[in-house]
Design a protein around this ligand. Sequence first.
Ligand code: GCB
Length: 609
Amino acid sequence: PLDGGMLFPQESSFREVKELNGLWDFRADGSPNRNEGFEKAWYKRRLTETGPVIEMPVPASYNDITQDPTLRDFIGWVWYEREVFVPARWISDEGTRVVLRVGSAHYYSIVWVNGEKVTEHEGGHLPFEAEISSLIRKEPTKPCRITIAVNNTLTLETLPPGTIQYMNDSSRYPDGFFVQNIDFDFFNYAGIHRSVLLYTTPKVHVDDISVETNFMDNTGLVRYKVSVQGGFNNTLNITLMDKDGHFVASSTGSSGGLKVVDVKLWWPYLMHENPGYLYSMKVRQHAHRHVGDEYTLPVGIRTINVTNTQFLINNKPFYFHGVNKHEDSDIRGRGFDWPLIVKDFNLMKWLGVNSFRTSHYPYAEEILQMCDRHGIVVIDECPGVGIKDIRSFRNASLSHHLVVMDELVRRDKNHPSVVMWSVANEPASEMPPAEFYFKTLIEHTKALDQTRPVTYVTIAAADMDKGGPYVDVVCANSYFAWYFDQGRLDIIPLQLSTHFENWYRKYQRPIIQSEYGADAVPGLHMDPPMMFTEEYQNALLQSYHDVFDQKRNQYFVGELIWNFADFMTSQGIYRVVGNKKGIFTRQRQPKAAAFLLRKRYWRLANETG
Ligand code: GCB
């Protein structure tokens, strides 16, 4: 189990937050073994003293920031550094705990403060932190120097996996030439992707909170658990307030239940006129002669259940009409960007989207918080993508995958918008070791969270898929008339119906079309439709929709288009400057398909409630 909680940093009368975003000093370690930074201990002095640096924005992927193709395609360690003044009151008050937190960095990170290593973390897309209180008190008047080394090298044990291939044919490649092979379809953007923060808590502090919600008739129930660290004999007061700040219920102690009369449930957008209703749960901690602490958690009261044929939210059938996304945009790569996030929410609402999947990795917490508030339903996916090589099913890979699920559930467990976990995307689930792998992974995830269904997204056929017996909902991708039977739109009705029937007959589980789509280069037109034109994308979607509508009243519970927007991939003959299956361009302008989908989604919103 993980050591401690990972509450989203928050300001209160007892806590402060200081953002360290902006320009950092930066250097990629271009030495042949990529190891000069460690050999020469770059973290011991200022980065400017050990060689040339450039300015690098944080948060952002570093790949598309400069004009240098070697940095775009760089593999190995890059070094970030900046100095920060820590407020004197944080240093002088021994009762203040100072924490350094990185929202995410891809892929492997090591962090030093004033030359002393404070933490390291494996994996992008999830936060990590280190308490640095005693360190900064050693040299109270000096600015504090933060160094972060980040390595994007993927191996068979990383998530996603990858391999490095050395090209030894000296008649074709220079000495030391290597490539990184990956089996997933998006650019392996790297760097510090989310905010770096310093934040404080009191020494005795609320470390973690978990809530589980339920209701019966008009009465809601919030069961909670709070853990406190840094001291003994604490008193905990829990108060639940409604949206207007009115008192609803209270309790004391580290675990218990709160009863909510005349409960206002958390409903998805378009299902109810008050979507995304959130109560606030204020957790107050005080101990004799110690400063108190206070943390407020937004709480949505709702239930999730799955039957053989339905996905139920608050006991009502929910139909997913939504999108798959990426954290991806021009220049920033995967870097956190508020204008982009808010624009994407506005586009999703324009489309009538009620749900999305965080393909193919956990998204920023700020995005999930928006989903909570707006009532947008989320399938929360871990970075288990591109698991195609049989060696990626070995124990070392599985162990890391389990840890990633621990970290993901720890971070996202309290979001009402998250209704299902996806432990992987399109693994080689037809291979024999996949059965044990997915059985273990899914059981593990269910043990971490008993309130949400668990799935992985498959591309395998029902009779081949080894993990099928363990998922609660079948999430099936298919690319009929695209990767197979290219150009033959007429085969879709037959192939898609057969595919669904096979899955349902075998497992009697609800089915979601978790991906389908076609590339369209914006502005390319042809009628009758041809592949890569806007007309072909439209016609393909339309044929899929016809089948969805036939199955909708049976066991078919959702459709998620691939993809919301065009996104960057590695270079290859299948991709014309990235994947063009977006219904919006990468710059978020609509293709014809966006209008088709908008019409459909608003119709579905009216029909499915
Ligand atoms: C898939 C993958 C997705 C790709 C998509 C495509 O099945 O899950 O990551 O981008 O197909 O366009 O090939």
